[in-house]
Each structure stands twice: as C-alpha cells, then as structure tokens.
Design a protein around this ligand. Structure first.
Ligand SMILES: [Zn+2]
Length: 680
C-alpha cells in the first residue's frame, strides 16, 4: 500500500492529534481482540488503522512515543540480557501434593488470622515462564524474568512483541506506576501448529510449550519472538503507587480494567469447598488450551497477607496444589522404529490401548536407545504410562514383577528401516540418523530445504508443490528437480503453463548458486550455513571435501570432531556420492571460483542498526562477507562502518561517540555497486 492512501496533515498540531486519536483507537481494538477475545472490527480495518499511524509517524517522527502501538517489534537485536532488580522480591510458592497438605495449610492460616472460614481465590497455575512487568506513568518500562527472585533478566523487547501485553495501561484505571506478575505461555494448539511448521522446515521441534516459551524469551532477535504464538496471563499486583485495595479479587478487577489479561478465577469460603472444586477441575484441566501444573490458592483478604507474611522462601498466604499425573499400566505389544523427516530414528512403543486423561493412548515415544536401556524396557513388558503436562505419553517404568520370561530385549537397528542405508550415531549423539540424502522418509523435507531461501533459493518450490512432486513420483531426490519437464509439471493440480515455466526457470537458475549454498542445501547433519561457508572456503570444491579425512577437517578452527565425523560419514554413503554426481552432471556449481570478486572490503568491519529496505540483516552481512569484510553485532573502536536503516537503535549514538563512519542505506548500496569505499 502506498502512503498516498492516507491523508498526511500539513499542520503539525493536526497531525499530533490524529496520531493520538489513532493510538487510542488501536489500543482499544488491540484489547478487544487479544485480551477480551471480542474483536469489534475486521483484521483489515485494524491493519488500516495501524498503517495510517505508521505513515503519520514516519512523516512526524518527533511524535513517536515508546508506548506507541507501532513500537511493539524492535528491529534491534538484543546484545546481552542485562540483569535488573525486581521492585519486590519474586518468591516461589509452597507446594501441596494432596488434600491433606492443603488442610494443614488452611490450619496454619487460621492460626495466624482471625477468620474461622478463610476466603480463598483459586486460579490455575500456568506452566510457562514467570515474568514481572513494570509500568511507569502507565507506560511499559521493563519486563524481566523471575531469575533468582531478587534479580531477573531484562527481556523487555521480547515481551513487548506479545500482543496481549498492553504497552500502555488504560486511562480508566487508577493504576499508573505499578509492577505486575504474570506467566508467559504458548497455547497448546498454537504450539502444535508451530512445531508442525518447524518439522516441515527441517528445524528441531520443541519438546513442550514450556520449553518453547522459555527458549523464545531468551532469543536475541525480537523479530523472531514476534512470530512465535505467545500469550500471557497476569495474576499479581506486586507494587503500586496509586489506589488502595482490600482484597486480591479487587486487585484482579483493577488489573483487568487497566487492560491486562487476567485469567479466570473462583472464590470459595473454607478449604472444603476449595477441595471439591479442585476435584471437579481435575478432568476439565486437560481441555484447557494451555498447560497447567496445578492450581494456586490465595487468601483473598490483603490485610491477612500482611499479618501472615513470608517465610524466607514462600508467602504464607498462598500455596500451589499439584495434581497427580494421570498414570495407568498397559502392555507393550511391540517396539517400532519411526524415521523422522530429518532422518532421526525414534523407537516407539506400541501399547495395548488405554484411556488416559480423556484420550486413547496406543503409542508412546521411547526417545532413544539409551532411554530403553536405562529403563530396561522389553517387548511384552507391562509398563506404567503417564500423561502429564507433555503432549506425548511417556513410559515411566517397567513393572518387573509382571515378567514371565517371554519378554524380548530390544536391539536398535543400525540400518534405516525405510531405505536400508546405515543409521549412525555421530560423535556424542544419542540418536541414530539415516544420512542418506535420498531416503524416502526424508525426501519431502530434503527437497523443500534444498529450495529454501538460505540454500538454493528456488522461488515457487513451496511445501504444497514439493508434496505433490513427491506424491506424483516426479521427484525422489533433489537431483530429479533438474530433470523435470513442462509437460509433467502441467499435470499437477493448479500448475499452469506460466507458473510451471517460472519454476523450471528458477530451478535452472539455481545451478549457478555458490558452493556454500549447495553444501548447506544438501542437508549434512550439523552443517549449517556458517559451517557450509567454512568448508567451501577451506576446500574450494566438492571433491576435496568428499576425499578429505576426519583429521583434515578437524585441523580447521571452527570444525570440531562432531561436524568432522558427520561430513565424513555423509560422504561415505554411496547414495550421497551418487546424488552429488548427478547434480554435477546437471551443471550445479560445485566449486568456488576464485578471484571472482574483488575483495574490496578486505579487513573492514561493519555493524548494522535498524531495518534496511533492500536486504535483511543476514543478507546484508553476507554481501559484506562476499567482498572480504566482516559484519559484527556491536560498535567498538575497531568498527569501520555503521550502516543505518529505518528505526535505528542505540548503536547510532555509540557510533557517533566512537567517531565511526556512518552510512545510510543508499550509500551502502552504492558502495556495493561501485565496489569502492566511500570517500570521507
Ligand atoms: Zn533412510
């Protein structure tokens, strides 16, 4: 969309008031959509509002505020997570594992507090990452992890990307400067979808939503964080400068008014009513769209909080109740091997079907052979199966008393059950992997990876088309792509003449990609983009790589024994050599052509800040490397150039201080084009 679609007022005052109006409107709809789950306008209308605000702010940057809805996703990477002190120490909760322990807790409360029947607020205990959000004059100032309770890590840029976190508290609320506690989490459905997507792209799936959340929050690029489906529930007002509250429920209501996302809660008089509720909830909890690891009870009366106080570790007015995991015994009929899309061999127990927390369970992952040995799992064993927080049921242990001697020990195969190639453990790996680049179990993922932007960059070779090509038998490996013809392609559903011709042309063009892309694209375990480049630069062509010994690889600085072994065993596989030969025959470039480019940036160090229009940060860094320069992440006295894009960060000020030469995007592109360093 072009800027002309919105009117940009000439008058500064008018612009400022329209900007304020837009922010207010966007905040309102943001809240309706992401917090209250009751959208009032279409996504399109919402996007239009945001777009208009962006256009106005671009024209009048002096009116940008840090809590503007346009400032959610920073373009700057986080260099390191700074430690910050919490306004109030974040203690963990004491835990109860059965109702008896809850009654004892209730007795302790009653002893110190006058009420005979305590009023409790009961909330779910979400299994995510605890955070503290600090607002100053209604603006989100910082967000931190729990850390050791006194100090946590500053993850503000990441938390800002979560759409249900308001950047500014509502004007209706009396809360102004305050600190809140909450839990960042990933909803189950969104987690499953994200993992599907990762598997398709050949990335490692996350083990569970909790790990995914914690890992995401420690990601240094807010742009990546913004793409992950994170959500938040706020449950405590830990510090405030305005207002006075008598009960926990009143603070929850006020936080809701302030625009924060509050989870459902229930209030009960007396511990017996709480226990009845917990019992009822046991079944319901599996239907929630997020994982919980129990329930939290808090005394509602805030005066009681002051009187009850704290132990050194826990508040005395709250406790977490942990539900026992659902477990049942069943029999292992067989152990099968699954070959994943990335070539991993995973043993799976085939079980006599049982009902576990609402679902039928007939398979359980046994993870790897070490796990089978450690638990001494045999075919025919009676085992205890558990379905706790995790989505995949687990075999907890073998009931050895039930053995009758007919059980069979399981041997992990050393060959891929799908293609018969050898399945090896590389270096310190505990899993076996089929390294055959033509393995039918992996073919879809491998072809898609080959076409990735970072690999051979074949436009149009998306998931759907790859699936079709494989299912129609048109491609069994990446070399087959170079033998596709127009008539075959046209037969595929929705492939017209034009798109077929485009695709064939893009495939043809990919033959001229550089060797590092070929090495990355072919999918050698542990060889990412960077290592692919290191290999290419050190060995110059594919034959040198195929013929090199493990020792020769290990002589290179950045290549450890694991990578060395992986590369050697990849090229030991005849089918892989055969594939390389076919690619060669089709004219795919397999060597670095030396002195192809002037190394006019030799020894020059570049730092980027803000977003460039033409290139992503990675692409721009690669350009610099191609011409012999280096791209680093922080400005120092050794930095030669700072390239400044849109919305530059703090690096600009640092560069000015260091006296670093500053280039705008146009100057940077001109430099690449003319292959001359800019004059002073
Ligand atoms: Zn295989």
């Amino acid at each position: 969309m072009s800027n002309e679609d919105f009117e940009i007022p000439e008058d500064k005052k008018k612009a400022e008031s329209r900007i304020k109006e837009l922010r207010k409107e966007i905040r309102y709809h943001n809240r309706k959509y992401f917090v209250d789950n009751q959208p009032e306008i279409s996504d399109y209308e919402y996007d239009q509002l945001v777009r208009e605000l962006e256009v106005l702010e671009e024209a009048y940057p002096q009116f940008i505020t840090e809590d503007s809805p346009t400032q959610r996703i920073g373009s700057e990477e986080i260099e390191e997570f700074k430690t910050i002190e919490h306004k109030v120490v974040m203690l963990s909760l004491d835990k109860a594992y059965n109702y008896e322990e809850l009654k004892e807790f209730d007795e302790r409360v009653k002893k110190r507090w006058k009420d005979k029947e305590i009023e409790y607020v009961v909330e779910t205990k979400i299994d995510g990452l605890g955070v503290a959000l600090y607002y100053e004059n209604k603006s989100l100032k910082r967000a931190a992890t729990r850390g050791d309770g006194a100090r946590g890590e500053d993850i503000t840029p990441n938390v800002k990307t979560i759409k249900s976190v308001p950047l500014r508290l509502s004007d209706d609320s009396i809360l102004n400067t305050a600190e809140f506690r909450g839990e960042v989490f990933m909803p189950r459905n969104a987690f499953d979808e994200m993992n599907e997507e990762r598997i398709k792209k050949g990335q490692e799936p996350f083990a569970n939503p909790r790990n995914a959340t914690a890992g995401t929050m420690r990601t240094k690029d807010p742009q990546i964080v913004a793409k992950r489906p994170l959500d938040i529930f706020i449950y405590t007002l830990s510090y405030y400068e305005n207002g006075a509250f008598t009960t926990h429920v009143k603070t929850l209501e006020e936080m809701k008014k302030a625009g924060l996302k509050i989870n459902k809660f229930e209030v009960f008089k007396g511990i017996d009513n709480v226990i009845t509720y917990l019992e009822e909830y046991q079944e319901k909890k599996d239907q929630l769209d997020y994982e919980i690891d129990g329930m939290v009870l808090k005394v509602n009366n805030l005066e009681a909080h002051d009187i009850l106080g704290y132990t050194t570790h826990h508040p005395r007015w709250a406790i977490a109740y942990k539900y026992p995991p659902t477990r049942k015994t069943t029999k292992i009929q067989d152990i099968e091997i699954m070959v994943g899309r990335t070539g991993k061999l995973t043993p799976v127990a085939i079980l006599d079907p049982i009902q576990l927390s609402g679902t039928t369970v007939s398979r359980a992952s046994l993870h790897n052979e070490n796990e089978i040995q450690r638990k001494d799992i045999r075919v025919g064993d009676t085992v205890l199966v558990e379905k706790a927080g995790e989505i995949i049921p687990q075999v907890v242990k073998v009931i050895k008393e039930k053995r009758d001697g007919s059980e069979r020990k399981f041997e992990m195969p050393t060959k891929c059950p799908i293609c018969g190639s050898s399945a090896k453990k590389i270096g310190s790996d505990i899993i076996r992997r089929c390294v055959n680049a033509q393995c039918p179990a992996q073919v879809k993922q491998r072809i898609e990876h080959w076409g990735d932007r970072e690999a051979m960059d074949i436009d149009g070779l998306g998931t759907m088309l790859v699936n079709k090509l494989v299912e129609e038998g048109l491609a069994k490996n990446v070399a087959d792509l170079y033998e596709l013809d127009l008539n075959e392609l046209k037969k595929i559903e929705r492939m017209g003449k034009k798109s077929s011709m485009n695709l064939l042309n893009n495939i043809k063009e990919s033959k001229d990609r550089e060797l590092p892309r070929v090495l990355y694209g072919i999918g050698i375990p542990y060889v990412g983009q960077h290592i692919a480049r290191v290999l290419a630069e050190n060995f110059k062509n594919i034959d040198n790589i195929i013929n090199a010994s493990k020792a020769k690889f290990e002589k290179i600085d950045e290549i450890g024994p694991q990578i060395a072994e992986s590369v050697v065993s990849f090229f030991e596989e005849e089918k892989n050599k055969e594939l390389i030969n076919r690619l060669k025959d089709h004219g795919v470039r397999m060597s670095i052509e030396e002195e192809e480019r002037e190394q006019f940036l030799e020894g020059k160090k570049f730092v980027f800040t803000g977003a460039l229009e033409k290139y992503t940060r990675d692409e721009a860094s690669e350009k610099v490397r191609q011409y012999g320069g280096r791209a680093t992440s922080s400005v120092s006295s050794a930095t030669d150039f700072l390239v400044v894009g849109k919305n530059p960060g703090s690096k600009l000020a640092e560069a000015k201080k260091e006296g670093t030469k500053i280039l705008n995007e146009k100057e940077f592109l001109d430099m690449l084009e003319t292959k001359k360093l800019p004059e002073n």
